[in-house]
Write a protein of this length. Structure first.
Length: 317
């Protein structure tokens, strides 16, 4: 599957946010048009690919307000976001199959903020059938850093503790789920080939052994210039025995002077693939692309973008 952009948010965002199973729950995030490689006062953006269509709607502050993911003409998901000031209050995931609303799998995420002592955000997840599915409590310290996540559901209570350490400018976070180390995340800055790069490495642990390592390197504009993944996998050999092996993938990206992706070189094992990206712009002052062609496969993605009207400098709006 081709990705539209090498930045932080994948296109199938609704599916990612819909999942309740992840043990690495994150505090509520606010996504903006910039997270989807969109510039200017974008009102809506429809993304059309060979594998589906997504429709993004943004408010006048540039925040994601609605996301509709079309899997087919009759099957689609809609996610709504509601805000109160700078705080997200609700995220509602509605599922439609055969054009019928599926109340059993649709759900609402309701967020409440408590700052009476140290900051705490509570996320209540409730199905449209009025069944309580889970509750997350995100607890912060007096420096507004997340230090604990408590998940409560019918199976019991899980507690994730987050420990931080800063050494020589490198910030490391260790996540302990019920006292078991499950994730390590490190952030630091490097100089490579005269460029300043910010790096983030995430390591997934299983019984104190790393199973997956992901490192993202960004330039000063936020573009991903290098993406490295390492996995510890298992399979069956010719004698039917279970064996483990390592898989290593490196993506290197090149951009033009406007920060638009030009080329991606992928190295996976001993194989190397090179994709070239060609963009057609929308002709606006903001320079957003409306068609992207990836060669040599000649796959393409189109975007239909609408904007809020420019605000009169004398207007109070």
């Amino acid at each position: 599957m081709k990705r539209i952009k090498p930045k932080s948010i994948p296109l199938l965002l609704a599916a990612v946010l819909f999942s309740l199973s992840t043990i690495y729950a994150q505090a509520p995030q606010i996504f903006t048009a910039g997270d989807f490689e969109l510039k200017g006062p974008v009102k809506s953006c429809t993304v059309i690919t060979s594998y589906g269509q997504e429709e993004f709607s943004f408010d006048k502050q540039g925040r994601l307000a609605k996301l509709k993911t079309l899997h087919s003409a009759t099957d689609y998901d809609i996610t709504y976001y509601k805000y109160e000031g700078d705080f997200i209050k609700e995220r509602r995931n509605e599922v439609y199959r055969d054009k019928e609303f599926d109340r059993g799998t649709s759900m609402a995420h309701i967020y409440t903020l408590d700052t009476s002592s140290t900051k705490q955000i509570t996320e209540s997840i409730i199905s449209y059938a009025k069944v309580s599915l889970a509750q997350y409590d995100y607890i912060y310290n007096d420096q507004d850093l997340l230090v604990k996540i408590i998940r409560t559901d019918n199976s019991g209570v899980d507690e994730t503790l987050i420990e931080r350490d800063t050494t020589d400018g490198k910030i490391t976070e260790q996540y302990y789920l019920n006292d078991q180390l499950v994730k390590i995340q490190s952030d630091w800055t490097d100089i490579e080939d005269g460029r300043t790069l910010s790096k983030r490495m995430t390591v997934t642990m299983d019984r104190d052994k790393p199973q997956y390592r992901h490192t993202i390197s960004r330039d000063t504009t936020g573009n991903i210039v290098k993406n490295t993944e390492w996995s510890e996998l298992s399979g069956v050999d010719k004698k039917g025995r279970t064996v483990s092996y390592k898989q290593f993938t490196v993506d290197e990206n090149e951009y033009d002077e406007n920060g638009m992706l030009l080329k991606r070189i992928r190295k996976k094992g001993n194989a190397t693939e090179e994709d070239t990206y060609i963009h057609q712009l929308d002709g606006s002052d903001y320079g957003n692309w409306v068609k992207q062609v990836v060669t040599p496969d000649n796959t393409y993605t189109t975007r239909k973008i609408s904007y809020y009207p420019k605000t009169d400098p004398g207007s109070k709006e």
